[in-house]
Write a protein of this length. Structure first.
Length: 190
């Protein structure tokens, strides 16, 4: 039951994008088409799960035993950058159209603060290995959920009669704010 709560908390209640406002750059940048949003969400989820595994192992088996906790942030950044390069190479080999569709946003996963936040939350909350993996999966699922919902709304907004002053970025930011308020309503549930 506790693992289910960790998953739901990371995916919905404490959604990295809509509750902590982490990962806003890809949230706004890639959420204009449903296909690219879901692909970016899956790639980010994959990186988050790998980051959860590697950062847990690095923190608990190298940094803490040797008293190197002060190297936590630089070592997590190095891990994230390496994992993103790996994912980028895999996507480039597997699907060239997806690689082109994600464009600059794929390497930007490296600078996605949601992934660094995930690694830091795991060590701060003292999750065990299984809890870390579940937290990574939940955070990735929540990130993907936020991207897909926003992409669906933005695709509908293209067909809507939006006042001229609100077209483009303004209506996107207003929509993101309303979506964040809706997700914050879940905070009292768990």
């Amino acid at each position: 039951m506790e693992l289910f709560i960790i998953f739901i908390s990371a995916a919905v209640v404490n959604n990295f994008v809509l509750a902590y406002f982490l990962g806003i750059c890809p949230f706004i940048g890639v959420s204009n088409k449903l296909s690219s949003a879901s692909s970016m969400g899956m790639a980010t989820t994959f990186v988050m799960v790998l980051t959860a595994i590697v950062s847990y192992l690095l923190y608990n088996f190298i940094l803490v035993p040797f008293g190197l906790e002060f190297l936590q942030i630089p070592s997590f950044i190095l891990v994230i950058a390496s994992l993103v390069q790996f994912v980028e190479m895999v996507i480039k080999k597997i699907s060239q159209p997806l690689y082109r569709a994600l464009g600059i946003f794929l390497p930007l996963i490296t600078t996605n603060c949601a992934i660094l936040g995930l690694a830091l939350f795991i060590s701060m909350r003292d999750y065990n290995f299984i809890e870390s993996v579940i937290f990574g999966v939940g955070a990735g699922a929540g990130f993907t959920l936020a991207l897909v919902i926003m992409a669906g709304i933005r695709e509908e907004l293209e067909l809507a009669d939006v006042p001229k002053g609100f077209r483009g970025a303004p209506i996107t930011l207003i929509t993101a704010g309303i979506l964040a308020l809706a997700f914050m309503g879940f905070a009292g549930m768990i």
